[in-house]
Design a binder for this molecule. Structure first.
Ligand code: ASP
Ligand code: MG
Length: 436
């Protein structure tokens, strides 16, 4: 059994829904996780915001536009009278429910219920469409099995037991459809796994069912080995270790969030990134297999600020780094890259909203200097330190570019350098040429 997850754009129009229906009908007894159609959750968030502000006409207007969009989708999807009626009814019921929130002040529970409707609509539409196409699909209502604990973590034993039972109750189903993102909390109320949470749903389901594979279907052919916007001839990466994928996630590489794939990683379920527009392409496989000696990908993160704190007193002293890090912690700012020497430390942050206050505090401990508009360039792959060829190759490729910081050794999977914004493209190209 596999778990296949399709994101908002993959089900973002009637054509795309039909296309996904044909993709998922090819194999039997898989579990299909759907996001809301693209734009829907944003509209629902907007409706809740209007209601919180007491602006009912604003909410109404947004809702009416959304309803018109869904009427168009239903009209396009269904030629069969019965299926058309069923789908229209399901969608009308949901819009009726949404309108019922307009008469009273919005509560947090109400907001959660509003946000859940996008996934309930996309799965209802897919169910009806599969029925029209003669596919025997079974709906697994996420609100009947997906539950979080008071810690916010998924209640895995509960989910496993409920989900297995629901699947066992439908021995003749060709395919199972379920909602991503939505769940119940420990009090039984409707809740969600945070924005973008459908990937997390797929990972949790894959883990509890011990699936053969979790497939995340999007609009790109897997994870590329460099940024195609700046470098020509990039290629999809065939396979990545979960740790390598986690390193790349920070760089906004179109890849899964590490916390989303944690259940898959812990239960050793491979995750495959696939492209709905090019379903036959192999995509990128993320798994726990041993590192394979290869360099996988290069990625960059913009708008980085580097902060250096130098102190004569750091020499042979202890507690200096602690004070520096504590300063960032006090300002709830996370540090990304670090380089230390005997007399100072440089760190980078991507959120500079508290920078002035941080710098002010750091001045208690040493001389502070700040470099803005920097870029972290990171090379990810099997970079075990016992292998001497990688570090040299990376630095050699960058021999013409001033490097503000170099960081290696935090993991076996990443070497990062900090460069000026103007040197970014040159660095990406030089690395691609040397390493691939
Ligand atoms: N529909 C939700 C969102 O837009 C969840 C998801 O798409 O993963 O955030
Ligand atoms: Mg998403």
């Amino acid at each position: 059994m596999k778990v296949l997850k399709f994101g908002g754009t993959s089900v973002g129009s009637p054509e795309r829904i039909k296309h996904v229906a044909s993709l998922i009908s090819a194999e039997k007894r898989n579990v299909v996780v759907l996001s809301a159609m693209s734009g829907t959750t944003n509209s629902l968030v907007e409706i809740a915001e209007y209601l919180y502000k007491g602006n009912v006409p604003g909410a109404q207007e947004t809702l009416n536009a959304l309803e018109a969009k869904y009427a168009g989708v239903v009209g396009d999807l269904f030629h069969d009278g019965t299926c058309h009626a069923k789908a229209s009814e399901a969608i009308a019921r949901i819009f009726g429910l949404l309108r019922s929130f307009f008469s009273e002040p919005l509560t947090e529970a109400g907001e959660k219920e509003i946000l859940a409707q996008g996934e309930l609509m996309s799965t209802a539409l897919m169910q009806c469409y599969l029925e029209q196409s003669g596919v025997r699909s079974e709906l697994l209502p996420a609100l009947d099995y997906m539950r979080t604990l008071d810690s916010g973590e998924p209640d895995m034993p509960h989910i496993a037991a409920r989900l297995r039972r629901l699947i066992d109750l439908a021995p003749h189903a060709d395919i199972f459809i379920t909602q991503g993102y939505i769940c119940r909390n420990d009090r039984g109320g409707i809740d969600n796994l945070k924005r973008g949470g459908s990937d997390y749903t797929a990972s949790i389901i894959g883990a509890v069912l011990q699936a053969d594979e979790i497939q995340i279907w999007t609009d790109i052919d897997g994870m590329h080995n460099n940024d195609p916007r700046f470098v020509e001839g990039t290629k999809p990466v065939g396979s990545l270790h979960f740790e390598e994928a986690a390193e790349l996630a920070y760089f906004g590489a179109k890849i899964l969030h590490p916390s989303c794939v944690l259940p898959a990683k812990l239960h050793n379920i491979p995750v495959r990134l696939l492209n709905t527009m090019q379903p036959e392409a192999p995509g990128t496989l993320i798994c726990n297999t041993a590192p394979d000696g290869a360099l996988k990908a290069i990625a960059a993160k913009d708008n980085i600020t580097a902060i250096k704190v130098k102190s004569g007193r750091m020499l042979l002293a202890y507690g200096f780094l602690h004070k520096v890090f504590e300063t960032f912690e006090n300002h709830r700012t996370s540090i990304d890259m670090i380089a230390t020497s005997e007399v100072g430390v440089s760190v980078t942050v991507d959120d500079d909203s508290r920078l002035a206050a941080i710098v002010d505090d750091l001045k208690h401990f040493g001389t502070v200097s700040v470099d803005r508009d920097m870029v972290i360039i990171c090379v990810v792959g099997d970079l075990r330190w016992e292998e001497c060829r990688f570090q040299a190759k990376v630095l050699e490729a960058l021999s013409d570019i001033p490097l503000r910081m170099i960081s290696y050794g935090g993991s076996n999977y990443n070497i990062s350098v900090l460069v000026r914004r103007d040197d970014k493209i040159k660095a990406l190209k030089a690395l691609s040429q040397k390493l691939f």
